[in-house]
Design a binder for this molecule. Structure first.
Ligand code: ZN
Length: 51
């Protein structure tokens, strides 16, 4: 994970990384909390390319 993601609309680096924990089942059927990271809207342009 060395590549920095750029905001498409404005080309800036203001994207926010968020973590969401989901309950999933492992191979034994036990509930486990799995973190999923994803990129949220750019905090400079909010995905609109303006600002
Ligand atoms: Zn942006």
């Amino acid at each position: 994970m060395s590549q920095e993601q750029k905001c498409g609309p404005c080309g800036g680096s203001g994207l926010t990384q968020k973590t969401e924990h989901r309950v999933e089942l492992d191979k034994d059927g036990n509930q486990i909390h799995v973190p999923h990271t994803y990129l949220g809207p750019c905090n400079a342009c909010h995905g609109s390319g303006q600002g």
